[in-house]
Ligand binder design. Structure first.
Ligand code: NDP
Length: 237
C-alpha cells in the first residue's frame, strides 16, 4: 500500500517537466491521479500509459474549461497547480499579449482552480501551487512579469490558507529554483548564470521537487499551511 492509496489527486499541467514528476510521485504512491495538459498530447498519452494516470486536455488559460475540469474530478484530496509559462525579455519590447497570457495561466488559473477544488475537497485536503524562488528574488533583468506572477501566488496562498483551514485543508506554495525541464534545461543558455546565484551549483531534478510535494501532501504535512517551501539550492539565500 502506498502513501497515497485511496487519494483522489489532480495535477494541473502534468504532461512534462515538474508536472510529469508529480504525476509519477502520486501514481507510484497509489493515488488515483488525473492530470491536465494543453498541447503535448503525445507526452500526456505516454505518461498516462506509463503511470495509469488519466490525461485530460484542458487549457488553464480558459477559465470555464479549467473550472469544469477541476469540478469534474469530484471530491479531491490533493490538487497540485503546476501549469505555468515563462515569458522573459525587455519589458519595453515584450509582447503584451504573451505577458497577459502568462498572467492568465500563472495567476488567474491557480486562483480559480484552488477555489473550485476547495468547494468539494475532502476534509484534510491539500492544495499546492508551484510558485518560484523568483517570487522572492529576481536577480537578473527581463524577469519582472514572471516574478510578478510568482509573487502574486504568495498572497493567494496566505489568504486561502485562512479561508480553508477550518476544514483542515492546507494551502502551500513550493518555490523551486532552477530545475531541469523543457522550460529551463540544465544545459541551456542561462544555466551558468543561474548557477552563479546558487550555493549548490546545479539544476534540481524534477523528482526532487515532486518528493517535497509528496511530503507536504502526505500525512506528516497537516500542520504546514500558508507557507512558501523554497527548494532552490540556495538561489534565494
Ligand atoms: P515545462 O514547460 O517543462 O512544463 C510545463 C507544463 O505545464 C507542461 O505539462 C504543460 O503542458 C503545462 N502547461 C503549460 N501551460 C498550460 C496551460 N495553459 N494549460 C494546461 N497546462 C499547461 O515547465 P516546468 O516543468 O519547468 O515548470 C512547471 C512549473 O514550475 C511552472 O509553474 C514553472 O513556472 C515552475 N517553475 C519552474 C522552474 C524551472 O526552473 N523549471 C523554476 C521555478 C518554478 P503542455 O505539455 O501540454 O504544454
Amino acid at each position: 500500500m502506498g502513501d497515497f492509496t485511496g487519494k483522489n489527486v489532480l495535477v494541473l499541467g502534468g504532461s512534462r517537466g515538474i508536472g510529469a514528476a508529480l504525476v509519477r510521485r502520486f501514481a507510484s504512491g497509489g493515488g488515483t491521479v488525473g492530470f491536465t495538459y494543453a498541447g503535448s498530447k503525445d507526452a500526456a498519452d505516454a505518461l498516462a500509459a506509463e503511470t495509469g494516470a488519466e490525461a485530460i486536455r484542458a487549457d488553464s488559460a480558459d477559465r470555464d474549461q479549467l473550472v469544469a475540469t477541476v469540478g469534474g474530478r469530484g471530491a479531491l484530496d490533493i490538487i497540485v497547480i503546476n501549469a505555468g509559462t515563462l515569458v522573459l525579455g525587455d519589458p519595453l519590447t515584450l509582447d503584451a499579449d504573451a505577458v497577459d497570457r502568462m498572467i492568465d495561466v500563472n495567476v488567474r488559473a491557480p486562483y480559480h482552480a484552488a477555489v473550485e477544488a476547495a468547494r468539494r475537497m475532502n476534509e484534510g485536503g491539500r492544495i499546492i501551487v508551484i510558485g518560484s524562488v523568483n517570487g522572492d528574488r529576481m536577480p537578473f533583468a527581463g524577469g519582472a512579469a514572471y516574478a510578478l506572477t510568482k509573487s502574486a501566488m504568495q498572497g493567494m496562498v496566505r489568504g486561502l490558507a485562512r479561508d480553508f483551514g477550518g476544514r483542515g485543508i492546507t494551502v502551500n506554495s513550493i518555490q523551486p529554483g532552477p530545475t531541469d525541464s523543457d522550460m529551463n534545461p540544465a544545459d541551456g543558455p542561462m544555466a551558468e548564470q543561474m548557477h552563479s546565484f546558487m550555493a549548490i551549483k546545479r539544476h534540481a531534478k524534477a523528482s526532487e521537487i515532486a518528493e517535497l510535494a509528496g511530503y507536504i501532501a502526505g500525512p506528516h504535512g497537516s500542520m504546514i499551511t500558508g507557507s512558501m517551501q523554497t527548494i532552490d539550492g540556495g538561489f534565494g539565500a
